[in-house]
Design a binder for this molecule. Structure first.
Ligand SMILES: [Zn+2]
Length: 243
């Protein structure tokens, strides 16, 4: 967001107080009901990570989808805080804290790595929306485990040039981005423990590619934490299952 846009949005905020990013109920960044939808965490089996599963806070549909898109694509930066809190809670409930605590002496460093954004999407959004989330997660993990945990922006995504990226379906897009992810030449992941954090996991192709790349570069990937996911084989309009 540039300064002019920011100034305009501040004026708009004064005239029209904000509504919940998920359901638009008044005076909340993310209301209690919508926040609760990010507490339906689920584990997905994945043998590429040391914990054997990756985890998501909520199902990418309905108000969850609405809220994530408001934050990710429409610059709702006030969601940084509630989304950081849900990711921290997920780290706690999924057992990441104990995992790090028990193994910290065997590794050189513990890194929290944000999923990479392509240059095109960074330009479009004007910021790296994952950065505030991973920063808060790293300091939370450091407090909880008592060992040093730092953000490491290890991955880059060369992406695909041109408009086609936006018009393709999620599966095709993931397929196209796969293989374009690499570890930055300035970063060493040898003998490190790494947690990958992503916003939305749909097919999982990009996530797997990120994990694979980091492992090839010497990292032990503990797990992946995501804000929202599309469960395999489920349709967007299926009713929410109670958990
Ligand atoms: Zn709401």
């Amino acid at each position: 967001m540039n300064s002019m846009t920011r100034a305009c949005s501040q004026v708009v905020d004064l005239l029209f107080p904000r509504g919940c990013a998920g359901c638009d109920s008044p005076d909340d960044v993310l209301c209690e009901d919508c926040m609760a939808l990010f507490s339906r965490s689920s584990a997905q089996t994945f043998d590429g990570v040391a914990m054997g599963s990756w985890f998501a806070c909520g199902w990418y549909r309905g108000t969850v989808r609405q809220a994530v898109l408001a934050w990710k694509d429409h610059g709702d930066e006030e969601c940084d805080r509630p989304f950081s809190e849900t990711i921290c809670r997920l780290a706690e409930t999924s057992g990441v804290i104990d995992f790090i605590h028990d193994r910290q002496n065997s590794y050189r460093a513990v890194f929290v790595v944000p999923a990479p954004s392509s240059h095109a999407s960074m330009r479009r959004r004007g910021r790296r929306h994952m950065i505030p989330i991973v920063k808060r997660l790293a300091s939370f993990l450091q407090r909880q485990t008592g060992c040093k945990v730092t953000v490491c922006d290890a991955l880059e995504n060369k992406g695909v040039k041109g408009k086609s990226v936006q018009t393709k379906g999620a599966a095709q897009r993931s397929q196209r981005l796969k293989g374009h992810v690499s570890v930055r030449s300035s970063v060493s992941l040898q003998n490190t423990m790494v947690i990958l954090v992503d916003d939305i996991v749909t097919t999982g192709a990009t996530m797997r590619s990120c994990v694979e790349t980091m492992r090839k570069n010497g990292a032990t990937v503990i797990t992946v934490l995501a804000l929202a996911h599309t469960p395999a084989g489920k349709q967007m309009d299926e009713p929410m299952q109670a958990q």
